[in-house]
Design a protein around this ligand. Structure first.
Ligand SMILES: C[S@@+](CC[C@H](N)C(=O)[O-])C[C@H]1O[C@@H](n2cnc3c(N)ncnc32)[C@H](O)[C@@H]1O
Length: 342
């Protein structure tokens, strides 16, 4: 998924820097702004116990699967012949016109006047049908929680691939782009198995959760600017919940969307310092770039108050919405601020 702030492309830099600073000390790793879960997944593979958290439900679902699932899934209660058949069955469904069809296609909506061209009609019906089927299987106990989250992740990833957007869901494109014209295909995804680890996933505000947990390494990757994840990924949130939310405006964002102190220039520094002060972790790391709403000097000043501070840095390809639109410089400096709390 092309997620704003994803650490996918700098994951090796993060691993090397964190291992360098901690000297491999510690077992419990917390990714408290987890997003797609790519960081927790890497540290699970390395053998750490992971605590992951995010305020968005799609992120909770992704992390439930990638971190808490620690066994192969058998789908043994379904009268299908195994995992491949589950996907063949789901991919054939097109029997339900639900919330996505009614609100995020060009048909014009039943609720308001907007024609939101986020998905082709065919794909919207397929997304609704698969989401509905997964829920029915779960409610009837034909699939367990692990299988449920796994299928939801597969659906979220597949829907994102055929979305008619420049990348995020704050706007849709006028004409259906090539990748969005393809028929959605839900495919089996990786199950990360590491029997030496255990993980727990939360959906809470970071500054509340921090008071309840403790561990060795705390990794912080908050939003860097005012772009809200709840509006940028609102349709993924709705697919994850499978609900019928009240939506508003031309883009159809969920009326009740979460705001974060980390998006607000006048609130972020205090929230950040509270997080550091309340953290019961020996090592704390913060990812931030040179275009974020807190300056690196400000960050250095705050972190240095709590112990030994060091900064790592690397160049990072600038986040861009689509391949064709490139404005300004191509790279940013991605900092990893490190603190050994004393
Ligand atoms: C930069 S992204 C994290 C990206 C992630 N490391 C990855 O590689 O996919 C920041 C995340 O913080 C979450 N977030 C924002 N404010 C939050 C808060 N107060 N508590 C918990 N999560 C929050 C957002 O929903 C978003 O997923």
């Amino acid at each position: 998924m092309n997620y704003i702030g994803s650490k996918h492309s700098i994951i090796n830099f993060l691993e090397e820097s964190i291992i360098d600073f901690t000297n491999k000390e510690g077992k419990v790793f917390c990714d408290i702004f987890a997003g797609t879960g790519v960081v927790g997944k890497r540290f699970k593979k390395l053998g750490y116990d992971i605590i992951a958290n995010d305020t968005q439900f799609y992120s909770f679902v992704l992390n439930k699967h990638y971190l808490e699932n620690n066994n192969n899934l058998l789908f043994s209660k379904l009268k299908l012949k195994g995992i491949q058949d589950v996907f063949i069955y789901l991919n054939k469904l097109n029997n339900y016109q639900g919330f996505i069809y009614n609100n995020y296609t060009s048909i014009g909506t039943i609720n308001d006047k907007y024609e939101r061209n986020y998905f082709t009609i065919e794909n919207a019906i397929k997304i609704d049908s698969m989401r509905d089927q997964i829920e029915k299987w779960y409610k009837k106990e034909y699939i367990d929680k692990n299988e449920y989250y796994y299928l939801l992740v597969c659906l979220i990833e597949a829907a994102d691939k055929v979305a008619n957007t420049a990348s995020v869901y704050e706007a849709f494109l006028k004409n259906i782009k090539k990748s969005a014209q393809k028929t959605i295909e839900i495919k089996p995804l990786e199950i990360v198995i590491n029997k030496n680890t255990k993980s727990k996933v939360f959906i809470e505000d970071s500054n509340e959760l921090i008071k309840e947990i403790k561990g060795d390494i705390l990794y912080l990757d908050p939003p860097y600017n005012s772009r809200r994840y709840s509006s940028n990924y609102h349709i993924l949130e709705t697919i994850a919940y499978g609900d019928n939310p009240i939506i508003k405006g031309k883009t159809g964002i969920r009326k009740e969307s979460i705001s974060s102190k980390y998006n607000k220039k006048n609130e972020v520094a205090k929230a950040f310092e509270d997080l550091i002060a309340n953290a019961k972790f020996k090592y704390i790391f913060l990812s931030y770039n040179d275009e974020g709403i807190m300056s690196f000097k400000e960050i250095e000043e705050i972190m240095s108050k709590y112990g030994k501070y060091k900064r790592y840095e690397t160049n990072h390809k600038r986040y861009k919405a689509s391949k064709n639109k490139e404005v300004g410089k191509k790279t940013t400096i991605e900092y990893l601020h490190a603190l050994k709390k004393e």
